[in-house]
Design a protein around this ligand. Structure first.
Ligand SMILES: [Zn+2]
Length: 157
């Protein structure tokens, strides 16, 4: 028997430490939370995705009374991005969440289904997709989707 250890490296920033471009992406994700439709969870999530062509796509969670019919902010954003600019590489994704009248103090990370979707678009683009998870107290920056989803399902493996 052998043992393998998986290591996830997370860089932790305060907002003021970010570049102006990263602040902008975070700001757009925060703004997108206000366009969320979340009457059931009241957990408003926003995402902003920088594409390799310079476009920034934003999206938010959209809930439905039939719960499985809703969709997370991350997938709203990814699907719209690839529908609008098919095949253009995803470069960086910022995610923020607003709940109980404030942005979450700590970073909120994508659900499992979104992680799998992000992994496929990262692979499709052929480059690493950086992830920024916003919290009022701290911001996590991850280098690639594998940092969120080790041992990603991939039929080609
Ligand atoms: Zn999700």
């Amino acid at each position: 028997m052998k043992e393998k250890n998986l290591v996830t490296k997370i860089r932790v920033y305060s907002y003021s430490e970010l570049s102006e471009a990263d602040k902008n992406l975070i700001d757009l994700a925060k703004s997108a939370t206000q366009r969320s439709y979340a009457p059931y969870s009241r957990f408003n999530v926003g995402a902003a995705l920088l594409l390799a062509n310079g476009e920034i796509i934003t999206g938010s969670n959209q809930e439905n009374v039939a719960f499985p019919s809703g969709i997370c902010a991350e997938r709203t954003t990814c699907f719209y991005a690839n529908s609008s600019y098919p095949g253009v590489r995803f470069v960086k994704l910022a995610i923020a969440a607003y709940h109980n009248g404030a942005f979450t103090p700590h970073p909120v990370s994508p659900c499992g289904a979104c992680r799998q979707v992000l992994a496929e678009y990262e692979k499709l683009g052929g480059g690493k997709l950086e992830i920024m998870l916003y919290g009022d107290y701290e911001i996590y920056v991850l280098n690639e989707v594998a940092d969120l989803l080790p041992l990603i399902f991939d039929e080609a493996l």
